[in-house]
Write a protein that binds this ligand. Structure first.
Ligand SMILES: [Ca+2]
Ligand SMILES: [Ca+2]
Ligand SMILES: [Ca+2]
Ligand SMILES: [Ca+2]
Length: 248
């Protein structure tokens, strides 16, 4: 496990690990998710204009054999009233946030949450939900590795600025394989992971107003792994592609 070093710039926590950012060994293409091609969580009745709430993300395999997820989220109003900055166990789902879900054991569990959501309750013991709000607060309370931001996973939320105006949030996260409750695969072999990514949008305080998933069951997208998507992560080559730098 690498040690984490932290620095604070204008109130936003940036993280480096072992003094350097994770070097990217393999990256997927960027995936664009809008109201037109994504999955809206039916629980939230509002609809959003794509220009005001959409995102793109990519999934990476880092040279140190961790998983990387980077996302740019369009959001014209940033609200984090329920997520105290610095918290690692707060209701991020009530605020502007990015959520990453893993089906760590690839068993397509239709309900990782319990009888509250449907009649097939099986607790999530391999993966689950890892979320970060737009102010860097996190929660992994519904994951197999709970409250472990800063040790088993890490990253940051940073303002996404264009022409001097904030147009959303840039997220960059890394995850150890322990977050999926599985051993790290051999670095020279490709590996398939089942997962999905979503954003929550709160523009007026209080609870979230809208949630948009890459892949999911619109009824319980956070609990039904059977509707997740898949990424085939490439092998780690001897020469990493690039350092995982900030990009717009
Ligand atoms: Ca599973
Ligand atoms: Ca918002
Ligand atoms: Ca809120
Ligand atoms: Ca709200």
């Amino acid at each position: 496990m690498k040690t984490a070093a932290w620095m604070f710039v204008t109130g936003i926590a940036l993280c480096t690990f072992g003094g350097t950012e994770h070097a990217v060994a393999w990256s997927s293409d960027w995936v664009e998710v809008t109201a037109a091609n994504g999955v809206k969580d039916d629980y939230y009745p509002l609809q959003r204009e794509p220009a005001k709430c959409s995102f793109k993300f990519r999934v990476m395999r880092n040279a140190d054999n961790t998983i990387g997820v980077e996302a740019f989220v369009h959001d014209d109003k940033i609200v984090t009233d329920d997520s105290p900055a610095g918290s690692i166990s707060c209701p991020t789902w009530k605020d502007d946030c990015l959520e990453v879900f893993f089906d760590g054991d690839n068993d397509r569990n239709p309900n990782t949450r319990g009888p509250e959501w449907n009649d097939h309750p099986t607790p999530c013991n391999a993966g689950g939900e890892y979320a970060i709000a737009a102010n860097g607060a996190t929660q992994s309370d519904y994951a197999s590795a709970k409250k472990c931001f800063g040790s088993l996973w890490g990253g940051f939320a940073d303002p996404w600025v264009k022409d001097g105006t904030r147009i959303g949030t840039h997220y960059k996260l890394w995850f150890s394989w322990a977050c999926l409750n599985r051993s790290a695969p051999p670095p020279d072999e490709p590996v398939t992971i089942r997962m999905t990514v979503c954003i929550h949008d709160d523009d007026d305080g209080g609870k979230c107003d809208y949630a948009l998933y890459w892949k999911g069951n619109p009824k319980y997208p956070f609990a039904d792994e059977s509707a997740f998507g898949e990424f085939r992560l490439g092998a780690i080559k001897s020469q990493p592609l690039a350092t995982n730098q900030l990009t717009n």
